[in-house]
Design a protein. Structure first.
Length: 275
């Protein structure tokens, strides 16, 4: 009986692997990419083990990085385009694609070479050999026109998903306080109420609204430098940096940043800002 049950389980496992393989082939064909080089690397993290999968198209210089859900980390699939300096991260749990530029020091050829070496020599990725980089991500809407200007493979990859811009800031570790201020480099003009004057603005962001973290193990242009990228998406509102006074600034039409101190004031000002 046990042998029969084992045979049934092995048959089901084989069918599942074949379905996944077929899905990957159909995905490649529909995106117009040919991932001719593929690797799978063992990762040891937080007392568990999993596989990070890499697929590379050397002609297009596009790489796909697949990381399964593990611990409190969400599953993610990333596309990196070296020629177009484009990064596309798909989060299946939320049916969302996040669009940004690639990391400045990311080198796909070095990354694939190291991945192949690690696979052949049965080495693993882990915190003992990697630098951990923490990134807080702010998502903003993407217009239909901007979506149309994406490469065809990105549009196919993100089909039926919400597509957003991504702006990231790096930290030594995730901050523990509830709110974080990220001043804008330029003033923000509110496009309502007859174009009110500007004020010095900032993003005020809350980790309480995060969807969860995702991560990737990437290689910089230094072939011996491995980075463990930890990403957390935060929810933000735009506020005026001017301190004191009433809830709203007549100059900017936004809440003052120092008025936002808890969930109620955060949500109230976010609704005002987006309304």
């Amino acid at each position: 009986v046990r042998c029969r049950e084992k045979a049934v389980q092995e048959k089901k496992g084989f069918r599942l692997r074949m379905r996944l393989l077929l899905l990957m082939i159909l995905t490649e064909l529909s995106m117009g990419l040919e991932f001719t080089v593929k690797t799978s690397n063992l990762v040891k993290e937080g007392g568990i083990e999993y596989q990070q999968k890499l697929s590379y198209d050397p002609q297009a210089e596009v790489m796909m990085v697949e990381v399964p859900a593990h611990l409190d980390i969400m599953a993610s699939t990333s596309l990196f385009d070296q020629k177009k300096n484009l990064s596309v991260v798909y989060l299946p749990a939320h049916q969302q694609c996040q669009i940004s530029s690639m990391m400045e020091d990311l080198d796909l050829k070095h990354m694939m070479k190291l991945s192949l070496d690690y696979q052949m020599n049965r080495n693993h990725f882990g915190h003992d050999i990697a630098e951990t980089v923490y990134k807080m991500n702010i998502v903003t809407p993407m217009t239909m026109n901007e979506r149309e200007n994406l490469p065809d493979y990105a549009k196919e990859f993100c089909k039926d998903s919400t597509i957003t811009h991504l702006r990231s800031m790096e930290f030594q570790e995730f901050l523990n306080s509830t709110f974080h201020i990220f001043p804008h480099k330029t003033s923000h003009t509110r496009q309502k109420r007859h174009l009110l004057p500007t004020c010095a603005t900032s993003d005020k962001c809350s980790l309480d609204g995060t969807w969860g973290d995702y991560c990737r193990w990437l290689v910089s242009n230094d072939p011996d430098k491995i980075k463990h990228i930890r990403d957390a998406t935060v929810v933000c509102l735009i506020c005026c940096l001017d301190s004191g006074g009433t809830k709203f600034t007549r100059a900017g039409g936004f809440c003052r940043c120092d008025h936002v101190t808890n969930k109620a004031t955060f949500m109230g000002c976010k609704h005002v800002d987006l309304g």
